[in-house]
Design a binder for this molecule. Structure first.
Ligand code: NI
Length: 203
């Protein structure tokens, strides 16, 4: 009788421990609740914003729903990281072919002081026409930068000039505006392209 009681207790404790482990393992919980990423140590990326594109059109995050989206933050005076990424993005979009139409691609300035609509329009003309340049007031840029957890910092240079330090990550979002992953700066071409193909459901 005593043995049975002990066995029952051990079973209860084991079941409780396994249940607790399952409930508190964030990956399991997120899979069960269908919220990939959330609670798994990945900050929530994305959120409401209000900006204007390089053709002068008002845009909000709502305009980037219905298709997967790619966001990159930078500035037109950037000496290397931004033009490199935008040229790479241009080659990836060409490689995607017609599937590129199933993506929204945004280049958001972190330097609204200098990157007005005209500056963005001139800059974007050098890259794939799928890429929309987005700018806004300093407050609007602050809002979208915070939403995407983008680091940006003004660095004064000699002669009163300045440059911007900024996050060089490409953000990948699903059609519902949910964060699904990133392309790191300098990531191998084939891996970056595979990620974009997967994002548009073509890989
Ligand atoms: Ni840059």
């Amino acid at each position: 009788m005593r043995t049975i009681r002990w066995t029952a207790w051990i079973l209860v404790v084991l079941v409780a421990a396994v249940t607790a482990a399952v409930l508190f393992d964030t990956r399991v919980r997120d899979a069960v609740l269908g919220r990939p990423g959330e609670g798994a140590g990945i900050a929530r990326i994305g959120g409401p914003f209000r900006l204007v594109d390089h053709t002068g059109l008002q845009v909000t995050e709502q305009d980037f729903l219905g298709k997967p989206s790619v966001y990159f933050f930078g500035f037109t005076h950037c000496p290397d990281v931004c033009p490199t990424t935008l040229y790479e993005m241009t080659s990836w979009l060409e490689a995607l072919g017609p599937a590129a139409d199933d993506l929204n691609v945004a280049f958001v300035t972190v330097d609204p002081e200098r990157d007005d609509i005209e500056a963005m329009a001139g800059y974007m003309s050098a890259f794939d026409p799928h890429i929309r340049g987005l700018t806004g007031t300093p407050d609007e840029i602050e809002t979208v930068s915070k939403a995407f957890k983008v680091y940006r910092r003004k660095v004064e240079q000699e002669g009163g000039d300045y440059t911007m330090d900024h996050t060089a990550t490409v953000y990948l979002m699903d059609a519902g505006g949910g964060f699904v992953g990133t392309i790191a700066y300098g990531e191998a071409d084939d891996i970056a392209l595979a990620k974009l193909k997967r994002l548009v459901g073509d890989g």
